[in-house]
Design a protein around this ligand. Structure first.
Ligand code: T46
Length: 132
């Protein structure tokens, strides 16, 4: 897990611009981008790990709690500023909680969608972590 502070250009009258570039600001080639919007405060998502996928998360609007677990240690990150990005490496269990209505989650992923890459059972995750 790594927090990456994104570049930010603030224009007082026309808003602010945040950006990042593949292989420059984040350490992988981006193959997929997705976003989650319209979720209410208290929404829980995630509850899985990825075998090979790396992801970069940021929250351009609102506040989202990200709970990370490497099988040994648990960490909590709050995404509450557009400049604050979170890099999640492979084999990290994650859970996300929406702390404000309509918070937006944006994700850049290192690979195309693959349902087989998910581990959605926590005990299976712990076991796989031990042997890796
Ligand atoms: C993650 C967290 C942060 C697709 O068909 N293509 C996609 O690119 C994605 C991301 C999802 N889907 C389908 C798979 C499920 O049928 O959309 C449905 C909902 O996905 P999921 O339950 O995995 O949603 P989240 O919010 O729990 O997890 C997502 C990502 O899947 C996951 O990789 O790390 O956001």
């Amino acid at each position: 897990m790594k927090i990456i502070k994104l570049k930010y250009l603030d224009h007082q009258d026309t808003g602010s611009l945040v950006f990042f570039e593949s292989l420059k600001d984040i350490p992988f080639e981006i193959k997929r981008i997705y976003s989650i919007q319209g979720a209410k405060k208290g929404t829980h998502r995630g509850k899985h790990a990825h075998k090979n996928l790396k992801q970069f998360l940021f929250c351009p609007y609102g506040k989202i709690q990200v709970l990370l677990d490497d099988g040994y240690k648990k960490t909590e990150i709050i995404l509450d500023h557009p400049q604050k990005g979170l890099l999640i490496e492979t084999m990290i269990w994650r859970e996300l909680v929406w702390l404000e209505d309509h918070s937006v989650l944006c994700v850049a992923a290192s690979d195309y969608y693959d349902a087989e890459d998910y581990i959605r059972d926590y005990e299976e995750f712990k076991q796989t972590r031990k042997i890796r």
